[in-house]
Design a protein around this ligand. Structure first.
Ligand SMILES: [Zn+2]
Length: 328
């Protein structure tokens, strides 16, 4: 049994048909974790859908109304890049509920993992890049509304920049001191951009030459060059976390453990190995534990040529949390 909870529902499945987004990955991860004996059935919590009130903490009433009435324009549906359906709306409300539950449990247990979520391309008034609702932002705003936290930090390690996250939490940004570059995270040119927000500090490590073309400023963006490997990536992440934590000491870290920095990802252009991805997860968990900051995890993207690799990378995030936070 784990010393923390995993949040999962079979209804996380996204009804989008044959698609580069492997909607079945959530169930595959759940099943693999159980079959391998890494977790037991009692480690899982089943979420309820977020309430409309929760969703409206982040998203505009007009957008929510369009989703609930099925009246997105053709352009809006195109931008979403997944086929709209009422079932898809329900799946995203559930993913948001899962992240709210994971955030809540992380505050109690030190860590919690949503075996879903991480839809960081959703904006207040529109969805894009397979993301309809920004579950992580909804979770942060719910925790703040309920007086459980005042501050949070998002640590986005998906290969694609967290543009929705950056915009949602962009209020009160002011210029900050330059990001101090160590030799390990300095590939010869400046890859860091930054601004400093009031209550939520957003960090994004992503491939520069990738979607989204326009990358709105996070509190700290690391625009990584193509093909960066395990050692340099982990060094960049370490520097980013140290610098971020020197700017804001959050009451909750929201870690988006995207599987798409993997070298065999179809939508990514970085060169991390499966072992490097696990080292990345371990670093986030070790720092959160050392600093005594609760961490909630969402999965975000993952489009490996072989689905089993995506599943392995996401399962390893659970294994890594188990190794760092104990539980045998
Ligand atoms: Zn991605």
């Amino acid at each position: 049994m784990l010393p923390f909870k995993l949040v999962y529902s079979d209804d996380y499945y996204l009804p989008i048909g044959s698609h580069v987004f492997p909607a079945e990955k959530y169930k595959c991860i759940h099943d693999r974790l159980l079959a391998s004996g890494i977790v037991t059935p009692s480690d899982f919590l089943v979420p309820s859908p977020a309430s409309d009130e929760d969703i409206l903490l982040v998203h505009t009433p007009q957008y929510v109304q369009k989703l609930k009435s099925g009246t997105l324009t053709a352009l809006e549906e195109l931008q979403l890049e997944v086929p709209f359906s009422p079932e898809l709306v329900r799946a995203f409300w559930l993913a948001a509920g899962g992240s709210v539950l994971a955030a809540d449990r992380a505050l109690d247990d030190g860590v919690a993992i949503n075996i879903g979520g991480g839809f960081h391309h959703a904006f207040p008034g529109h969805g894009e890049g397979f993301c309809m609702i920004h579950d992580v932002a909804v979770a942060i705003r719910c925790m703040q509304r309920d007086g459980k936290i005042r501050t949070a930090m998002t640590v986005d390690c998906d290969v694609h920049q967290g543009n929705g996250t950056a915009v949602i939490f962009s209020r009160a940004c002011v210029p900050s001191n330059p990001f101090p570059r160590s030799s390990a995270s300095n590939p010869g040119r400046n890859i860091a951009r930054g601004a400093h927000p009031a209550d939520v500090f957003t960090i994004s490590l992503h491939q520069l030459n990738n979607y989204p073309t326009f990358k709105p400023p996070s509190s700290l963006d690391l625009d990584l060059p193509d093909g960066i490997g395990d050692a340099n990536y982990v060094a960049c992440l370490g520097d980013a976390l140290s610098w971020g934590l020197s700017k804001l000491r959050p009451e909750l870290i929201c870690y988006l453990a995207g599987a798409d920095p993997y070298c065999e990802d179809q939508l990514g252009g970085l060169s991390l190995t499966i072992e490097g991805m696990k080292a990345r997860d371990a670093l986030v968990f070790q720092i959160a534990k050392a600093e005594g900051i609760p961490v909630m995890v969402t999965l975000a993207g993952g489009y490996a040529l072989k689905l089993e690799d995506t599943v392995t990378i996401h399962c390893n995030t659970v294994v890594s949390a188990k190794e760092v936070f104990g539980g045998g």
